[in-house]
Design a protein. Sequence first.
Length: 304
Amino acid sequence: MKKLIPAYIRVPLIFFAVFGAMEYFIDSGDRPAFVKFPMIMLFLVVFLFLLISIEITMSAVDAVTHSLLSEEQKRILNESQSISFLKNDWFQKLIKKLTKSEPIENEYELLMDHDYDGIKELDNSLPPWWVYLFYGCIIFSVIYLVRFEIMGGDTQEMELKNEIAQAKIEVENYMKTAPDMMNEKSVTLLSDKEALSKGKKIFSSNCVACHRDDAGGQIGPNLTDNQWILGGGIKNVFHTITNGGRDGKGMIAWKTVLKPKEIQLVSSYVLSLQGSNPLNPKASEGEIWVNKADKNKIKKDSLN
């Protein structure tokens, strides 16, 4: 019957519409989805075969329906159809190659001796498209067997484990550089003027009530000497500010108030005040803290 859009346009149009939708909605990174996920390629191939099969079936139904019409009905139908895309010579040749179908008027030559309650069997050839698909499945199974069973290729489970391992590495690398994911293991000391200026503002807004504006100590300890209750250095100071001081009498944990980047700034500022000698400082508390690298150097020099 008459179709507004010919099959050779309709099939590619539907196929590429589905293909484009899958590429748009499936997140495959910097690679096409059908390359990263082989199952999508398999789905597209099967989908294309189904589209072609439906078109061939509909064409056959139209042909049978047309053959059942009377001559007058055929004449009226032909007059109403100015263009019949399915009657193009090249399209008919393509259908002939894909189906090897015989004209209805020649079916008597294909009749077999079998008769089941009046239903007779035709000795038609298998459609080439079906045969090629069958051969394709055999070739695919051989490649699959060699690739995964003999050569030990990565299965879906192995690919998942590899992707999870890679994701963990990427998360760890991100945490090393992400300001809001910083911890006492990854924090570094800042010394530039801009960072110290920001740290001073944070200190003035949150710390002066206990440590004084000059960090000489009041309720809290003196932060300008070389003695520390919970250890000095950027990592220890960052940890103390983040998680709080001694239980029951130390300062609160500031991790609920300040972001890791802000704690890094104020920690660096506090350490920049070492040896600043404020007026009337509070008596030193804790122990003299020496950097491990300095300790190792002192120990090495004493052995020499």
